[in-house]
Write a protein that binds this ligand. Structure first.
Ligand code: ZN
Length: 325
């Protein structure tokens, strides 16, 4: 068997580059697509069909302020260890659709169409997966950041899912709809923006929104769990059918290379860093011990895998793409 060495590969490349192509081998160049197709990924949890749908992604510049309690060099090393660029990363958004057999339940709603040309792709993804917006029965929200609630409304601010009941964590509603809390927020910046956006999204439908206590089952097989820290009322979901169970963790971690791999890191996105860390370790210890599949809103598409314990850290093992359901 020929030995592949760096030298033989370079020599081969050079020979390839020099060999002239016969005219019959020349093909017309196809234009580059320049974008991904609408992306969705299905798996089965018991009798439920779970579909992760990409709402797109935005590029984030890597900055020292991204993590409060580590250095920029450590952040870059963590990204490099995950084979990612160290100057930026793509923050991805992955809502989850659960077909329970009797209901279509959307867990989080993606970004508002106005955010960027590379986000707000959820409805396109749903259509590609054969689901029309009017068919969604229930939207369950994890928390009130704009990348999770913006897509409740269309570009012209109509309700994007006209027949869906909307359920939100009571703790999020209590915190973000409180005008006193809003008055104490900095005059500008992400927290102020969130208070204002929450009012834009929910203000005119306040009496139609159902507030749920985390810990309750909000639909058959969809159990909410309190996972505070990222925001005060942040909730995650356990999707359970038969012997199958999956955790949909929303923003308990963001990019796995950052604070799944380094659960002690307190990111700028976590409003209460120490509480977010406590929540993270508790949830991931449970998921690792029970070998449960887990879906993360900001994991790389298809945003599903298994978390392994690695000392006092975790490692994400991405799900194996499954051709058959
Ligand atoms: Zn988020």
């Amino acid at each position: 068997m020929p030995q592949l060495t760096r030298r033989s590969m370079l020599a081969g490349a050079a020979i390839g580059a020099l060999a002239p192509l016969a005219p019959a081998q020349l093909k017309a160049a196809a234009p580059a697509a320049g974008k991904q197709a609408p992306s969705f990924y299905r798996s089965k949890i018991g009798d439920f069909e779970v579909t992760v749908i990409s709402d797109g992604a935005v590029q984030i510049q890597v900055q020292p302020a991204m993590v409060r309690n580590t250095s920029i060099d450590e952040i870059k090393a963590a990204l490099a260890a995950a084979y990612l660029p160290t100057d930026h990363y793509w923050n991805q958004f992955n809502p989850v659709l659960v077909n329970t057999g009797s209901k279509l339940v959307l867990l989080d709603a993606g970004n508002h169409a106005s955010r960027s040309p590379t986000t707000g792709k959820l409805r396109e993804g749903l259509a590609a997966a054969g689901v029309e917006a009017k068919d969604i029965d229930l939207i369950v929200i994890s928390h009130f950041h704009a990348d999770h609630i913006g897509g409740i409304r269309t570009a012209d601010n109509a309700l994007a899912y006209p027949n869906a009941e909307i359920m939100v964590p009571a703790g999020e509603w209590a915190f973000w709809m409180d005008d006193g809390n809003m008055s104490r927020a900095p005059a500008s910046g992400p927290v102020r923006n969130t208070f204002e956006n929450v009012r834009r999204i929910f203000g005119s439908i306040a009496d139609k929104v159902t507030k749920y206590e985390a810990g309750k089952e909000v639909a058959p097989g969809i159990i909410t769990i309190a996972t505070p820290g990222h925001t005060p009322g942040h909730a995650s979901f356990i999707v359970a059918s038969g012997s199958g169970k999956m955790v949909v963790q929303a923003d308990v971690t963001g990019n796995p290379a950052i604070n799944l791999r380094n659960p002690g890191w307190h990111t700028a996105a976590d409003m209460d860093g120490p509480m977010a860390e406590t929540t993270r370790r508790k949830l991931y210890d449970m998921v690792a011990a029970e070998k449960m599949p887990i879906s993360g809103y900001h994991y790389a598409f298809p945003a599903t895998g298994y978390a392994e314990k690695d000392g006092d850290r975790y490692r994400l093992v991405p799900v194996n793409w499954n051709p058959a359901l």
